[in-house]
Design a protein around this ligand. Structure first.
Ligand code: COA
Length: 376
């Protein structure tokens, strides 16, 4: 086969955990925890030595974020006020790990969508916010489970991991180092979320996505040409997680709140919206794409208000639900998988020649933009 070194998206895949937690269920559990905490600390609170915790509310969550529910891998333990974290039976080294398992499910969905034989895939990138362990790489475990002969490695750019993975895969194809690359994003975000923190306990959900990036020569008839990709990072402490392998030297602090997701949500909102919009507009100009003519924006799913503002700045008008689809309402923030879920679920109505943008943003700060056009 004559290769073109021109990268395209051949397919996407999605794994959605069966269990969901509605805002009402989440708030009931959180408020039970608050009541028990305040009871346990009633003496200190009444003597002014401790602050009582405030209850959460369904109305606030939906108004502030647009989230109505989220999928999780382990609902019972998340809602159990003694645990408030995902838990599942420990698996042996000979069993597929949970993160690889959901990654493999999403990858199989993508491969099956176009009838791609794993033997024809050259590389697996596991691109996600958190890895279950440092090594062997999650990507290599997924590669092995799928029966792929080639190479794999993990990459983490928080909420932008999947788009950074797509550009990395596209660069392998541009350079001729691979023809077919799976970018897998298993996001078990319930593990980094502090379910005891009122300001953020509602934000995240679990999911896995996969994107098959290939040389156009081997792509199926219907595919998405990658018109251009652009990545940007700017250091910020406003979204941070201090968990790491060096913490085990300090067991007394290893499960402290700063070893989970922490953010200054307002600052993130204010600083990230202009950064993302400016990057999209600059890159569109370089690619000679009129941003106002983009048929669809598949944006990172963190906050409905943020997406409204970004879409407005890019399209020049208030975006309709069709132009900038939302999956945040039922999935919550699924970190790097969010824009990929939107692309997976909301593209089948577009026609050959239609163009769109997959864009993610988040901790780092980081922004990843992938401009695509449908070819059929
Ligand atoms: N229930 C009820 N009230 C709550 C609450 C909860 N769960 N959490 C916070 N509040 C209250 C606060 O006490 C505060 O009250 P006050 O004004 O009387 O002090 C008020 O709501 C505003 O809190 P704030 O945290 O500033 O809310 P917000 O409107 O900025 O929304 C976020 C919070 C996190 C949803 C929003 O800032 C956001 O989504 N930011 C961007 C996040 C993002 O993209 N992060 C990237 C992650 S990858």
């Amino acid at each position: 086969m004559e290769y073109t070194n021109h990268p395209v998206i051949s397919a996407t895949g999605l794994f959605t955990p069966r269990e969901t937690i509605t805002n009402a269920e989440l708030v009931e559990s959180y408020n039970n925890y608050v009541e028990r905490y305040n009871d346990r600390h009633s003496d200190a609170i009444s003597q002014g030595e401790a602050e009582p915790l405030q209850p959460s509310s369904v109305e606030f969550i939906e108004k502030a974020s647009g989230i109505k529910a989220r999928h999780v891998i382990s609902k019972a333990s998340v809602l159990d006020t003694e645990t408030m974290a995902p838990r599942w039976p420990e698996r042996g080294d000979d069993e597929l790990s949970i993160m690889a398992e959901i990654g493999v499910a999403a990858a199989r969905d993508a491969l099956a969508a176009v009838g791609r034989d794993p033997a024809d895939v050259d590389a697996v990138l596991c691109a996600a916010s958190n890895m279950q362990r440092p090594y062997p790489a999650m990507a290599i475990e997924i590669q092995q489970a799928l029966g792929i002969d080639g190479f794999g490695f993990d990459m983490n750019v928080a909420c932008s991991s999947a788009t950074f993975g797509i550009q990395t895969a596209a660069d392998y194809i541009r350079a001729g180092n691979a023809r077919s690359v799976l970018v897998v994003s298993p996001e078990i975000t319930s593990g980094h979320l502090n379910w005891r923190d009122r300001d953020s306990h509602f934000i995240f959900g679990d999911v896995a996505t996969a994107v098959l990036v290939e040389d156009s020569a081997m792509a199926p008839r219907e595919h998405w040409e990658i018109l251009g990709t652009k990545l940007k990072t700017v250091f910020s402490n406003n979204i941070r997680n201090n968990f790491g392998f060096l913490n085990r030297a300090h067991p007394e602090t290893s499960d402290a709140p700063d070893k989970l997701f922490v953010q200054e949500g307002r600052k993130v909102f204010k600083e990230v919206v202009p950064m993302v919009s400016a990057m999209i507009l600059e890159e569109a100009e370089k690619l000679l794409i009129d941003p106002q003519s983009l048929d669809r924006l598949w944006l990172h799913q963190a906050n409905a208000g943020m997406n409204r503002l970004i879409a407005q700045r890019v399209l020049g008008h208030e975006a309709s639900a069709t132009e900038s689809p939302t999956v945040l309402d039922t999935y919550g923030n699924t970190s790097s998988a969010g824009s990929i879920i939107a692309f997976h679920l909301h593209r089948s109505d577009l026609l050959a020649g239609d163009a769109g943008l997959i864009c993610s943003f988040g901790a780092g700060y980081s922004v990843g933009a992938v401009f695509v056009r449908k070819v059929a």
